[in-house]
Design a binder for this molecule. Structure first.
Ligand code: GLU
Length: 513
């Protein structure tokens, strides 16, 4: 039989298997998400396995980034490294098939590598880099596909010994049989590979150091993985992995290769298109719910026009069959729109909690005991005060990081702006001055105890209605209070600023013009 089919009673076991050679990117996070959704949907198990077989490129800091990012997104694994707050590597694992870090699985690999060697599937190859390169060039020159032609396949033990004595180290190569391998990919349909194009494959540096393609096959078998859901860039690895499975007598998992994520110019999404790191999105103030919702639609669709899905809804609706073959375009506008949607639905107190760190980072605010200090003025304000400010912007925020720029005039003693901004339509400076004075007078007459937005609005509108256009009165006032063209209504701003500061800013504007 070509491969052992999975019993339909097997429960789903999937894995996300990142190599910690860089931070988690949107592409990797989407692969993790699709594995997670598929596992949850089928009451299966989602495994996180760290593929750190390359000691030079793997770094603990990237592993931490991967774990933290997945945790932030709510893509939580059932088996894998235990989450710890420390920066140190945790050697604690959840699940029965650990360790879930390849660097700690050497004994397991050794057992299988020896088995393959004893059964004649592997041989030592002593070709040097230079020899391999010369061979490659030669093949290209003759119009042949470059591949290893098996020079060391039949070395006698004596010849091997001689080469070792010359100081050559050797690697283990797998004898690739010539055949056609067919794979029924859940997303891409039937794929066919001609293994005669592969040449014999290097599978390990020695018996305890397998390379990626073999380590994956061994781990997937040992961890009882029965569905491999991963990026399209792994399609070319699939026939190699199937050859190893056959040699080891392992069942073949089902494969689903996800489409590439493309930038707006239809080239593979990369740093050049903007932020790709998950932590970068977190820093810019994207909510994890929004990013998850957005990533789910990068290649998957529900078959309807619906766009908003919580994690629970995604789990309910997800299926591998609804993943498209063609590349998925990354549209930042759509992400911004979704983020705005989730921001609007966040309870105000929670949103305020989320915005405060941005104000602190921008040195507008400091924590002072259980309150806050406005850095520039030294004033002490409480959480409620900040909540009132954030409330004014909840509707228009697209990213949390925008909050500092939107609200800066609340945290300044004196605001800076160009005096021409005070002019509405064809207004002259003297009209502005006159109208600002009207505002001043009107507002001064409101008692401190009645300083509330409704009252402020009522009094100011009474005056504004006398103008042909309310803007003649309200525009200069808005600029006087905020220094900005776009802001929430001036009544709400005046209420939060308080009577004294409001009058002071109007006075400053009158001086300015
Ligand atoms: N470790 C591989 C990577 O980071 C993924 C392995 C796999 O999914 O088979 O690209």
């Amino acid at each position: 039989m070509d491969h052992l089919p999975l019993k339909t009673t097997d429960s789903v076991r999937v894995r996300y298997a990142p190599s910690p050679t860089g931070p988690l990117h949107v592409g990797g996070a989407r692969t993790a998400l699709f594995n997670y959704l598929f596992a949850r949907k089928n009451n299966g198990t989602f495994i996180l396995r760290i593929e750190d077989t390359d000691p030079e490129r793997s770094d603990q800091k990237w592993e931490k980034d991967l774990l933290d990012s997945l945790k932030w997104l709510g893509i939580l694994w059932d088996e894998g490294p235990a989450i710890s707050d420390s920066n140190e590597k945790s050697h604690t694992y959840i699940g029965d098939y650990g360790p879930y870090r390849q660097s700690e699985r050497k004994d397991i690999y050794e057992k299988y590598l020896k088995k393959l060697y004893d059964e004649g599937f592997l041989y030592w190859c002593f070709c040097t880099k230079e020899e391999l390169e010369a061979q490659r060039q030669d093949q290209i020159a003759r119009g042949e596909p470059p591949r290893y032609i098996g020079r060391c396949r039949n070395l006698s033990p004596e010849e091997q010994e001689k080469l070792r004595k010359e100081g050559r180290k050797g690697v283990l190569r797998f004898k690739v049989p010539e055949k056609i391998i067919k794979v029924n990919d859940i997303i891409r349909g039937e794929l066919e590979f001609d293994t005669s194009l592969l040449g014999d494959i290097v599978v390990a540096r020695d018996f305890s150091a397998p390379l990626y393609n073999l380590a994956v096959v061994i781990d997937d078998f040992e961890m009882k993985v029965n569905y491999v859901i991963r990026g399209e860039d792994h399609i070319s690895n699939t026939p190699k992995q199937i050859l190893f499975q056959k040699a080891l007598g392992f069942p073949r998992p089902k494969y689903a290769h996800l489409p590439l994520i493309l930038g707006p110019d239809r080239s593979k999404l990369s740093k050049r298109h903007g932020t790709v790191r998950v932590q970068g999105y977190k820093e810019e103030g994207y909510l994890p719910e929004a990013l998850v919702n957005f990533m789910a639609l990068l290649g998957w669709n529900p078959g309807t026009n619906e766009e908003i899905f919580s994690m629970e809804e995604l789990i309910e609706r997800f299926s591998l069959e609804r993943i498209q073959k063609g590349g998925a375009i990354f549209n930042i506008e759509r992400l911004n729109w979704m983020n705005g949607y989730y921001i609007r639905r966040t309870p105000l107190a929670e949103l305020t909690e989320k915005c405060i760190p941005y104000l602190i980072k921008n040195k507008m605010l400091k924590i002072k005991n259980d309150k806050y200090e406005i850095v520039e003025t030294g004033e002490i304000v409480d959480f409620n005060y900040l909540k009132n400010i954030i409330a004014l912007f909840q509707e228009r925020l697209k990213k949390l990081s925008e909050i500092s720029e939107f609200t800066d005039f609340f945290f300044k003693d004196k605001i800076e702006y160009d005096k021409n901004l005070l002019l509405w339509k064809e207004m002259q400076e003297k009209d502005v001055q006159k109208n600002l004075k009207k505002c001043y007078k009107t507002l001064k007459n409101i008692k401190e105890t009645e300083w509330q937005r409704e009252r402020i609005k009522e009094e100011l509108l009474k005056e504004a209605e006398k103008e042909i256009d309310r803007g003649y009165l309200l525009w200069p006032l808005r600029i006087a209070l905020t220094g900005k063209k776009a802001s929430p209504p001036p009544f709400e701003i005046a209420e939060i600023l308080g009577k004294e500061k409001t009058l002071k800013r109007i006075e400053d504007a009158i001086q300015k013009i």
